[in-house]
Write a protein that binds this ligand. Structure first.
Ligand code: GLA
Length: 659
């Protein structure tokens, strides 16, 4: 459960603006130019020491803080704050050579070599000790430094390892979870294919094996790997807090793509609350590779981040000014995109906008990654926009600490998404995240501000809750309470199917059968490109079910199987629950039926932030190519001019209206 915290970057003046800063890649004279240009651009915080382990700790027992001292002092003198990283995401070659057991082993059993980054096994004691010592030494040295604003632990945790140390730790974790070997055999259904374990030593990580592995094992392995990374984060955070109790601690979570294999909701107990903050990295999928336009992608990353923060403000730690080096196909953003995108993140709860990275690297794997200061230098479109954005953010200081007003929620459950990917599924196309993203984008097009939240959290504040794909669900209790209390819940197909151990609930759709009043007789997945036509004219794709009403109204049926319902509604208590037995190609007609019609033309993004004392700000971003008017009155913080419903927002422009 996430804990509230509305004051996440207290020592930064106004909103945070900056990026990863790697001065160790540059001669000293460039640092002075960096600081001059940062000040020119309004940068007030940078993330330093992210990948600089080899500089601070160049060999066993050797510590050298000279360079980091100079960087911190440089920033302090320039009035720029530091988000000081612990550098533990990239152990240097000397460390791997000395502790070869810390190099990670993949599922094939191959130990990876050093030569890149994130080369560690989270279960190796030598690594655990080294990172804790690093965090402790840094915290002891810099806790009182005037540049220090916050701590940045590791970088984008994601690594898993299949080595023997991991196997031992996995067994201990399983013992804790299942109590006994008998409990584990029962949970995983190991009687199937004679997989019954008679000793703990027989239990292995899901290394590559002869055929389809046990899905219960695969699912527990993901939970275990997520917990192991959380332990690493907590070890470093604890070591920091022992010396530096008054500064926020964070790590950059990933909201790009399919997140990162971590259950960030389970982490939220340690990433939210006093002196913690949710910081996220978001990289857009190039529009040539996605059905979802960038503004809607930005909104998804932002709304997911706000969800991880439990609705509190959060911080966009990394975005790209242009292309990311690791994407298929290099691309340039359109003029103004980075400004519109950044304001949209801020509209949706970010307390600023940060980038990877400040200055483009001349060498290394990411030498073609974009940056605030590109290879083209300060006389560039990108840097001119960086300066313009800095000026905008400065004018928005008074929104700091406010939160976002949302009407709807889309349910995101990490465990369920993992379970839906376990091998042996009836359709390889029933992925969770693309479907969540599609529903979220449909709501975005209607101008509905949507939170992405865990199904077990309090949902009572939402008018609408959407569960596009909730494959794993143990109990319907929380969803039922939401509906009975007056909410409208819409559930997509192939939901409620399995329990926490990936065992199919008897009587489909399992955990939601009573709640929806629907009985599913069989699954009928569709081949790629095929559509099922409904008698209300809409079409479904990917998946259909032979579904019948037990205690629900049938609102639409499949034309090919008229006895088979495709869209159901059940009134329950003060609310209602809707169930879909297919994935609609176009979600618009369903949103119409739900009364979610748009108040503004598509492409006008209107999001409201509100202070506890009632002051509100309407963020408006015009993603269309025509001037747009909408019903708002107040004062635009970006231009300093009054705003009335007659005021037109020019194409590509944004306004932040103090109401
Ligand atoms: C991630 C990492 C950064 C950098 C960027 C590039 O977000 O945290 O170090 O590699 O990707 O997009």
């Amino acid at each position: 459960m996430a804990h509230p915290n509305n004051d996440i970057v207290p020592t930064v003046d106004g909103l945070a603006y900056g990026g990863d800063y790697n001065p160790e890649q540059w001669p000293r004279e460039v640092w002075d130019e960096d600081v001059r240009l940062m000040r020119e651009a309004g940068v007030n915080i940078v993330s330093v020491n992210i990948f600089a382990w080899a500089g601070v700790n160049p060999g066993p027992g050797e510590w050298d803080f000279t360079r980091l001292d100079a960087i911190m002092d440089l920033l302090a003198n320039a009035g720029i704050k530091a988000d000081l990283a612990t550098s533990t995401a990239s152990p240097p070659p000397w460390f791997s050579e000395r502790h070869p057991e810390t190099l990670p082993v993949n599922a094939e059993g191959v130990r990876l070599n050093s030569g890149a980054r994130a080369e560690y096994c989270p279960h190796a004691p030598a690594f655990q000790e080294a990172v804790t010592e690093m965090a402790s030494r840094l915290a002891a040295r810099y806790a009182g430094h005037p540049a220090l604003a916050m701590w940045h632990v590791g970088n984008e945790y994601y690594r898993s390892c299949f080595c023997d140390l991991a196997a031992d730790a996995f067994r201990a974790w399983l013992q804790d979870r299942h109590g006994s070997l008998a409990g584990l055999n029962d949970a995983w259904g190991t009687v199937f294919w004679s997989q019954t374990y008679s000793a703990w030593s027989q239990v292995l990580p899901p290394r590559i094996c002869a055929e389809t592995p046990n899905p219960g094992l695969v699912l527990d392995w993901q939970r275990f790997s997520s917990d192991a990374l959380l332990s690493l984060f907590r070890a470093e955070a604890g070591a920091i807090a022992a010396h530096s109790a008054d500064k926020p601690i964070t790590t950059n979570l990933m909201v790009t793509g399919d997140f990162s294999g971590i259950d960030y909701h389970r982490w939220s107990e340690y990433t939210t609350g006093p002196n913690r903050l949710v910081a996220t990295d978001h990289y857009l999928i190039p529009e040539h590779d996605s059905d979802i336009a960038w503004p809607a992608q930005v909104a998804f990353g932002a709304d997911a981040s706000r969800g991880l923060a439990g609705g509190s403000p959060w911080l966009l730690m990394e975005q790209a000014a242009n292309s990311s080096a690791w994407r298929r196909g290099y691309f340039a953003k359109k003029p103004g995109d980075q400004i519109r995108h950044s304001l949209s993140y801020v509209a949706r709860g970010s307390e600023g906008a940060m980038y990877f990275q400040w200055r483009a690297s001349r060498y290394g794997a990411e030498r073609y990654h974009s940056a605030m200061l590109p290879h083209g230098g300060a006389d560039s479109r990108v840097f001119r926009e960086v300066k313009q954005l800095g000026a905008h953010l400065k004018r928005l200081a008074e929104i700091k600490g406010s939160t976002v007003v949302s009407r709807a929620a889309v349910l995101l459950d990490f465990e369920s998404s993992w379970a839906a990917k376990t091998p042996g599924q009836p359709s390889a196309d029933m992925a969770t995240y693309p479907e969540l993203r599609r529903w979220h984008a449909a709501l975005w097009r209607r101008g509905v501000t949507t939170d992405l939240v865990n199904p077990a959290w309090d949902l009572s504040g939402y008018e609408y809750v959407f569960a596009p794909h909730l494959y794993l669900l143990d109990s319907d209790a929380n969803l039922r309470a939401y509906v009975e209390g007056g909410g409208t819940l819409v559930i997509g197909p192939y939901s409620g199917v399995v329990d926490r151990n990936d065992r199919v609930h008897p009587g489909l759709p399992g955990a939601i059968r009573d709640l929806t009043g629907v009985r599913v007789e069989e699954f009928m997945p569709l081949p790629e490109g095929a559509v099922a036509v409904l008698d209300d004219g809409t079409e479904g794709r990917t998946w259909t079910e032979a579904a019948h009403a037990l205690d629900a109204e049938v609102l639409a049926s499949f034309t090919e199987f008229p006895s088979t319902g495709a869209l159901f509604r059940r009134r329950l208590g003060a609310g209602e629950v809707w169930y879909l037995a297919t994935r609609p190609v176009d979600l618009g007609p369903l949103l119409d039926r739900l009364g979610l019609t748009a108040d503004v033309p598509e492409g006008i993004e209107l999001v409201r932030r509100r202070h506890e004392d009632g002051r509100t700000y309407l963020f408006a971003v015009n993603h269309t190519d025509a001037p747009q008017r909408f019903d708002a009155s107040g004062h635009d913080l970006l231009t300093g001019r009054p705003w009335t419903p007659a005021t037109a927002l020019a194409p590509g422009e944004a306004a932040v209206i103090r109401e």
